[in-house]
Structures are given as C-alpha cells and as structure tokens.
Design a protein around this ligand. Structure first.
Ligand code: IPM
Ligand code: MG
Length: 358
C-alpha cells in the first residue's frame, strides 16, 4: 500500500528526531512492502520566520490531503516574546482545531529497562507504570472565549472561559472507554465537579456513557486529588480521561513519573482514522543540533500511527520490539543514560533501531 504522510519537523530538536523516524518508517516499508510518501510542511517558529505565520494555510491543506501527520516539536526562546496569536504554540492549537483532532492519547509507560530513571521509590512503582491519559483537545478553556476588559474589580482584567457541551464530552468519553476495553478496563474521569459547572456536566455525561460499557469500571476523581494519587500510587490508574487543561497538566506529571519524557509518544485523533502523531516532549532548544536528542518518543509515535491510523498492527509491533531490543542491548541517549550503559547520539540511536527491525 501507498500512504501519504504529512511531515512537520518544526523547531529545535524536531527535525532531528523526525529524520530518524523517517528512516525507521522506510525500513518498515521495505520489509513489509509499503510505500510511505512524505510531504514536508512548516509550522511553529520556522514557519513564523519563513512566512510570518505560525501555521500557514498550505500546511493545514497538506495535512488534510494526507493519511496522517507526523510532527516533531515547535517553539523556542527566539519566538517567546511574540504576542499570543503569533507564537509557535498557536500552530499546535490551530492544527488541532482545524483538523478536528479532539482526542489526545498520551501514554506514560515505564519501560522495564529504565526503572532507574523513575523518580519514585521502587515499592511505589512495583512492576512498572502503564497509564494512558486521554485528553480532550479541542474544547475547554484553551478554546473558550477570552478577552480583556478595562473596568474590572481591581483595574483592567483578563478572562478565559471553560465550556463543554454534551456532545464534546460524550465523544471523548467513548474514546476512553473503547481504549480501556483493550487495556485493563478501568477509566478514571478527572474533573473539578465540586466547583465547576462544566465539570458537573462532564461527570454526568461520562457516567451516562459508561452504561454502554458494563465491562469497564469507572471512577471519578477531583483533579487535585488525581495529581496527588499519580505520585502516591500510579498503578491504580489504567485510562485517565479529562479536559483539555487538566489533561495538559496531568499528562506532564504522568510522563515525569516514568522519568523519561524522551520515550513517550502521543496521538491526536478525530473522526475517522486520520491522526496527528508527535512526541510528548517539546523542542528542547538547549540541545538542538547537537545529536543528543532521544528519537524514541517520535519513533514510537510513528508506531502509534501505524496502529491507529494505517491499521498496520504487525508493523507497529515491529517498531516497538526494535525499541525494546535497543534498550535491552544497553544503548542509551543522554536523557536516559545510567552507569554501565552505552551512550549514543540521535543518529546512532536511529540507526540501531532500524537495524533491529524485523
Ligand atoms: C502540549 C503543550 C501545548 C498544550 C502547548 C505548547 C500549546 O503543552 O501539547 O501539552 O498546552 O497543549
Ligand atoms: Mg503540555
């Protein structure tokens, strides 16, 4: 088969990790008889430099005309002082909104080879950590009405609003329950229903959707408690489903407890099979261009792409096994390095994974 992939390398280490990922996909293609056709597009800081806009229309069109999008990372200090709607981050929100990518799947898995990287005590971690955060991605306060009014209570004031409709909650809840069915059949819905009206609606709708999934257990948790429980006993969680902002925060926390954000992939999905795949980590400008970045998160994001969008589970598994193998053999990039292991750079790590794909 022939698949069209829109590639957005972005800023910082984005282009480096994407380059290695493309080598991995090409190897998969040559073994399993697929052709991946890549078209590169600009987004983020590099797009601002080239066109004045963080998200050129051409990029959005290019994504729409592809089967899937592979994204590196966007942003960096160079663009940090630009006004809100001209910042590189705007490209991410724009892509999510315009492509209708309302479901963000972020895994937090502690690879057994990397137990030392986990900042939690071994007795808390037990056999490992495996959490899936399902974050609502096109609603809530990140997309709500916002503004500034001159006559506030104590001078000029700024506001942002959190809004959720029944349909928005329903569709993200279904995604979470469907995923839980393929995992350990437990969903924790995180909200702030003791305070927020939008959370009370959220809770009610999730509760209703859960009736269609009698084999999945559902619990509700307030966000403050959830952030505490994640470090107290991470293994109580299987699938966490939550709003855009709570998911932004909790997915960072969940990734940190694995100790290796450089390992974690994500998928952003909408209706149909189309999806955008990117590492959970950012553009890491401090190590840009030094062959130090860990390409594994992006490579595993490509594996998610094979699984969720292209329906190639065998090929996805081949990538995951190659990554496991490279770690078993003791190869490490700087972010996951520990004594006695072999330090390698971005390119070498990519090469090794390619060589272990069967
Ligand atoms: C993320 C990032 C983005 C977000 C920013 C860069 C807009 O933090 O993908 O989690 O908040 O969604
Ligand atoms: Mg974030």
């Amino acid at each position: 088969m022939n698949y069209k992939i829109a590639v957005i390398p972005g800023d910082g280490i984005g282009p480096e990790v994407v380059e290695q990922t493309i080598r991995v996909l090409d190897k998969i293609g040559s073994i399993y008889g697929h052709t991946f056709e890549y078209s590169k597009y600009l987004a983020g800081g590099c797009a601002i430099d080239a066109t004045g806009e963080p998200l050129p229309e051409e990029t959005v069109e290019g994504c729409r005309n592809s089967n899937a999008v592979l994204l590196g990372a966007v942003g960096g200090p160079k663009w940090d002082t630009l006004p809100g709607d001209k910042r590189p981050e705007k490209a991410l929100l724009g892509l999510r909104g315009k492509l209708g990518l309302y479901a963000n799947l972020r895994t937090a898995v502690l690879n057994k080879e990397l137990k030392d990287a986990c900042p939690l005590r071994p007795e808390i971690v037990g056999d490992g950590i495996d959490i899936m955060v399902v974050r609502e991605l096109t609603g809530g306060i990140y997309f709500g009405e916002r503004g500034i009014r001159e006559n506030g209570k104590m001078g000029p004031e700024a506001f942002d609003t959190e809004t959720y409709s029944v349909g928005e909650v329903e569709r993200i809840a279904r995604i979470a329950f469907d995923i839980a069915l393929k995992r350990n059949r437990k969903v924790t819905s995180v909200d702030k229903a003791n305070i927020l009206e939008s959370s009370r609606l959220w809770r009610e709708v999730v509760e209703r959707v859960s009736k269609d999934y009698p084999n999945v257990s559902l619990e509700h948790m307030y966000v403050d408690n959830a952030s505490m429980q994640l470090v107290r006993n991470p293994n109580q969680f299987d699938v966490i489903v939550t709003t855009n902002m709570f998911g932004d925060i909790l997915s960072d926390e969940a990734s940190m407890i694995t100790g290796s954000i450089g390992m974690l992939p994500s998928a952003s999905l909408g209706e149909g099979s189309f999806g955008l795949y990117e590492p959970v980590h950012g553009s890491a400008p401090d190590i840009e261009g030094q062959d130090k970045a860990n390409p594994i998160a992006t490579i595993l994001s490509a594996a998610m792409m094979l699984k969720y969008t292209l329906n190639l589970p065998k090929e996805a598994k081949a990538i995951e096994l190659a990554v496991d193998r490279v770690l078993e053999e003791g190869y490490r990039t700087g972010d996951i390095m520990s004594p006695g292991k072999t330090l390698v750079g971005t390119t070498k790590m990519g090469e090794l994974i390619v060589s272990f794909i069967e």
